[in-house]
Design a protein around this ligand. Sequence first.
Ligand code: PLP
Length: 397
Amino acid sequence: MKVAGRAGRIVPSATLSVTATAKAMVARGIDVVDFSSGEPDFDTPEPVKSAADAAIRAGFTKYTAVSGIEELKLAIVEKLRRDQGLTYDTSHILVSCGAKHSLYNLAQAFFEAGDEVVLLAPFWTSYQDQILLNDATPVVLETSESEGYAVTRHTLEAVLTPRTKAIVVNSPSNPTGAVYERSTLEDIAQVALQRDLLIISDEIYEKIIYDAQRHISIASLGPEIAARTVVINGVSKAYAMTGWRIGYAAGPNDLIKVMGNIQSHSTSNPTSISQKAALAAIQSGDVFPNEMLVEFDRRRRVMVERLNKMPGLHCRMPAGAFYAFPNVASLFQRRHAGGVVTSAADLATYLLNEARVATVPGEPFGSASHLRLSYATSMDAIERGLDRMEAAIRQLH
Ligand code: PLP
């Protein structure tokens, strides 16, 4: 069957497909340690589940307003004020079926053929495919590991053209774990102002940030920056609610309105019950995310220390999110019984087959030299998986 041209431009989400392969191996009885998954291993907090239960019992099971229920939008407005000092009203908020859906609505509303959108590599894989699906062109700006994946005004300006329409900022970052300094955000904001760019600020890992740092939203740098920024966030990562599918966008109300129109012809409202659950989560504040953070921090240190002891690997300490992103390029050209490792993708395949450890290769994130390992899994799995990974890496010659 001949599918639409736009569908031919994209590939399935690499992270989801590695996770699916690992799960299929487990279903066949193979003991796989899964470092591929991008979701907290914690259960959704009890009060959130109770709110969903209560919603079901109360018959809150019908369509809602497309853009989300008023009380949830008000809670989001209040959260953005409390946490980031941002000033919105509910006309600036669109609730969608996960942050990925929020980003998708935005891509549909804002990009068209001929537009260029700047991605700072390494980047979260779906940005690229969403841009391509909407006929625009991703312009990839490589950032450097040794400089903490930061971008400067100068390097950013070098990739802009009259067709550049937007830049995607993702701090804390998936996959690198980098958290941008205020000065980096100021540089990006200045360039966006001068060149009339939209800033898409994906802040989904906002609550997972270590060493007593505080998250800074680029939109908080001033009203003129907020007016050209769409903040994307949601409850998936902060409240262990990946399956509930609630994300949101906050931004200029004309753009938010168009995104809502698009949503009205695709999913309609996000699930009514999940909206009540998300309301309970957002109103509960930082207690739950902070509990997870303590545990993620412990695992982060163990994983990074162990990766750095493996021959040929070098891993920066991530400042946020829950991924280690070791550089594995020194292992390229090493051999194993089945062939030669020539890329991160080869190494990930070798590790899955030989060590039964699932990792995500860097290529779909725009980096050929790295693997991504999630430490949103138990300490026991981390120890076991890293033992096996180390043994497999030591076998390379
Ligand atoms: N943005 C980033 C950087 C992510 O890593 C993810 C999930 O992996 C999302 C957005 C999507 O989150 P959601 O589950 O709310 O769709």
